[in-house]
Design a protein around this ligand. Structure first.
Ligand code: ATP
Length: 198
């Protein structure tokens, strides 16, 4: 089995996440793509983050019509902070040694990889697949300097470059602008029903 994993705050999930997940699934011939909403993300402790149950519900709504996509509670049900390397190890234990895990990240997150908990170990545990994000060029050479072996272990996925972020979605809502087509219809409805991000 080949399983793709995309972790994030998903506050809220938007079409940027969905498009790169689907593109990676098809291009890398993955059997499944698993979304893992963060409980208490180690790098965002200082911000006020929406309740995990709301974020989880929105990811469920966004992925419900794609049989290849699922959502995991692994990071929500565990006391935080949850480090990616621990999450991947937990999943590998559940899925077994025959399963290859492809961890999908944007190049903004890739740039921060050296500051993550045990990045070297993470590189050995799974395939890291980086997707280009506007404003965050890939510098594998620089990464290699800090994390030896990184350049050959990280796969750059050529997918559409989308200048869409959850920060922008939240800003749009605050400013009374439209989020139609930026998030799936069901997520848009959920946000308005629960009066999120106002
Ligand atoms: P925020 O704006 O709140 O920081 P975000 O839009 O970056 O949120 P996250 O939930 O933090 O969303 O992202 C989860 C993962 O998806 C990260 O690895 C991030 O780099 C990646 N990602 C998010 N949006 C895009 C995008 N438009 N293109 C490529 N990767 C993306």
């Amino acid at each position: 089995m080949r399983i793709g994993v995309i972790g994030g705050t998903f506050d809220p999930i938007h079409i940027g996440h969905l498009i790169i997940a689907e593109e990676a699934r098809v291009l890398l011939e993955l059997d499944q793509m698993v979304f893992i909403p963060a409980g208490k993300p180690p790098h965002k402790l200082d911000l006020s983050i929406t309740d995990p149950e709301h974020r989880f519900a929105m990811v469920e709504l966004a992925t419900a019509d794609n049989p290849h996509m699922t959502v995991s509670r692994v990071d929500i049900d565990r006391p935080g902070p949850c480090y990616t390397v621990d999450t991947i190890r937990l999943l590998q234990d559940v899925w077994g040694p025959e399963t290859a895990i492809y961890f999908l990240i944007g190049t903004d997150s890739l740039a921060e990889l050296p500051t993550w908990y045990q990045p070297q170990r993470l590189l050995r545990l799974c395939h890291i697949v980086a997707v280009r994000r506007p404003g965050y060029p890939v510098d594998l050479q620089a990464l290699e300097g800090v994390l030896p072996g990184a350049a050959s272990l990280i796969h750059i996925l050529e997918a559409p470059v989308l200048d869409i972020s959850a920060t922008d979605v939240r800003r749009r809502i605050r400013e009374g602008r439209s989020i139609r087509y930026v998030v799936p219809r069901a997520v848009e409805r959920y946000i308005s029903e629960h009066r999120l991000y106002l």
